[in-house]
Design a protein around this ligand. Structure first.
Ligand code: SAH
Ligand code: SF4
Ligand code: F3S
Length: 480
């Protein structure tokens, strides 16, 4: 019965009526794919379903409903989900009443097609329609196929308190906005997640305070482009200059929001993702520099080091602009860790343009990077306008060069921490050896050190003795 507490209503405890009580024995298994926003959405889904008596389970065998929260970003992501759906057949054959649902970006992109092609699927729900899940579930339980893929101009789920899934009890995500208005030509996200809208800052602060009260020590503010966060009373994003005087007065931009969340407590670390080079202001960097508890780490995807390719990608910045933003970071926050996303083999990319990507990487020397081969996505602007003309073998070769260079830079960045002391927020046991603890420093690099008496959730000063490209290894130093 402990799940039937609706925390959305200012702590008021709602007891269930007998109907819901009967359903309370039901269990839902949720599996998430794709970006952090999807993992965060699954926690909203778990909360909505707990309102109608569904408890989450990590044991798929005992589930009455299985939901896959899916990603469409690259073809491979969709293939993985399709394979997963077919492996769910054995569960369905054991339990005819089992409901299988597809949530998230693939649900939005494929809509009814998914029900037709994947006969096992009973429910298809897009990212803005999760409030309708209880209705859709009861339709599916009555044996009807159920779909809701309506996108919204308003929905932010701001009033819903996520049920934390697979949580380490130390760090949590907070969604601050939804959708994306950018229309990068390669990207499916504007089609799957709809228009950009920002969440009420008060509800963001409430969520941060609630997490702090539950013992969490770190929050990550999430959005596809956090720098364009702008609260002006609700609804679709508007330019600041187009706001009425009244809206301007109550407006909150990302730099302001970041400061407000940092003020919740000096003991609550604040991170955010993803920043966009065209929108990242010096104001954001100055707020970062002025609060110790805002982590000194920026994920700033560049996608390509060549301005012509960036233009074809419709990214809204040039190589020079990107490098200027890097200079601003280094100047305002000298100790900042910087990571990036990059795409190899976008339409029409020449060898010389690929070399520009490598040379940009040499100039910046990122701490980490997420590196991808271009994957053409149906209905995107790139698919309609350009030919996906780089042979797979060339894409592969370019990606391998990018990865090799990045390994060198990650190692270089890790080595900068050698023989220095870092503050680490402990998240849990090290995966490789449970006599070691693992956490991250402010720059988001993983640090492992012998456990001694330290515990998850503690801030520990660790002296770094050794490192690999991705991990720092050290020893806790005594604190006064
Ligand atoms: N909103 C974020 C990115 C979200 S998608 C931003 O603009 O930076 C995460 C990453 O996936 C992108 O940064 C990009 O590098 C990669 N990606 C997106 N679409 C892709 C595609 N069609 N093929 C290959 N990689 C892609
Ligand atoms: Fe996609 Fe571009 Fe939006 Fe990022 S900013 S989600 S890459 S359209
Ligand atoms: Fe994938 Fe959708 Fe995120 S396409 S990367 S899950 S926004």
């Amino acid at each position: 019965m402990d799940k039937i507490i609706d925390e959305n209503r200012q702590g008021e405890v709602l007891m269930m009526d007998s109907d819901i009580a009967e359903a309370s024995s039901k269990k839902v298994y949720i599996e998430s794919y794709g970006c952090q926003m999807n993992f965060s959405d699954s926690e909203i889904v778990a909360s909505i379903l707990s309102g109608v008596g569904y408890e989450t389970t990590r044991n798929i065998e005992e589930a009455n409903a299985i939901f896959l929260n899916t990603c469409s970003i690259r073809d491979k992501a969709e293939k993985t989900v399709r394979q997963r759906i077919s492996t769910l057949r054995k569960h369905k054959s054991r339990n005819g009443e089992l409901v299988i649902g597809v949530l998230g970006c693939m649900a939005e992109r494929m809509k009814h097609q998914l029900l037709e092609e994947e006969k096992l699927v009973d429910i298809v729900v897009g990212p803005d329609a999760y409030r309708d899940l209880p209705n859709l579930l009861s339709e599916a339980e009555d044996g009807r196929k159920a779909v809701n893929v309506l996108l919204s101009k308003e929905e932010t789920y701001g009033d819903i308190t996520p049920v934390r899934l697979d949580s380490n009890g130390v760090s949590a995500f907070i969604s601050i906005m939804r959708g994306c208005d950018n229309m990068c030509t390669f990207c499916v996200v504007p089609f799957t997640r709809g228009r950009e809208r920002s969440r009420n800052p008060e509800s963001i602060l409430d969520e941060a305070r609630m997490l702090l009260n539950k013992g969490y020590k770190e929050v990550t503010l999430l959005g596809q482009n956090v720098d364009s966060y702008l609260w002006h009373g609700g609804g679709l994003k508007k330019e600041f200059s187009k706001l009425s005087e009244e809206e301007k007065k109550q407006s909150v931009n990302f730099a302001q929001l970041l400061g407000m969340v940092a003020e919740v407590s000096p003991k609550l670390r604040v991170r955010f993702s993803t920043s966009h080079p065209k929108d990242m202001t010096d104001d954001v960097l100055k707020v970062m520099a002025s609060y110790d508890n805002i982590c000194k780490y920026i994920h700033l995807p560049f996608q390509s080091g060549n301005s012509e390719v960036l233009e074809r990608m419709n990214r809204g910045y040039s190589r020079e602009w990107y490098l200027d933003r890097i200079r601003a970071i280094n100047q305002i926050i000298p100790e900042c860790g910087i990571s990036a996303d990059v795409i190899a083999g976008f339409c029409g990319e020449t060898d010389a343009q690929h070399n520009d990507t490598l040379s940009l990487m040499e100039e910046v020397r990122f701490s980490f990077a997420y590196m991808f081969k271009y994957s053409e996505r149906p209905k995107t602007l790139a698919q309609r306008r350009f030919e996906d003309d780089i042979p797979e073998s060339v894409k592969q070769k370019r990606l391998a060069e990018i990865i090799e260079l990045q390994m060198k830079h990650s190692k270089f960045r890790s080595e900068q921490f050698l023989h220095k002391t870092c503050e680490v927020l402990v998240e849990g046991n090290s995966k490789k050896d449970d006599s070691f603890l693992s956490g991250r420093n402010s720059q988001n690099t993983t640090v492992v050190f012998p456990k001694e008496h330290y515990k998850p959730g503690e801030y520990v000063q660790v002296f770094i003795e050794k490192c690999t490209a991705t991990t720092l290894i050290g020893k806790a130093v005594k604190q006064d």
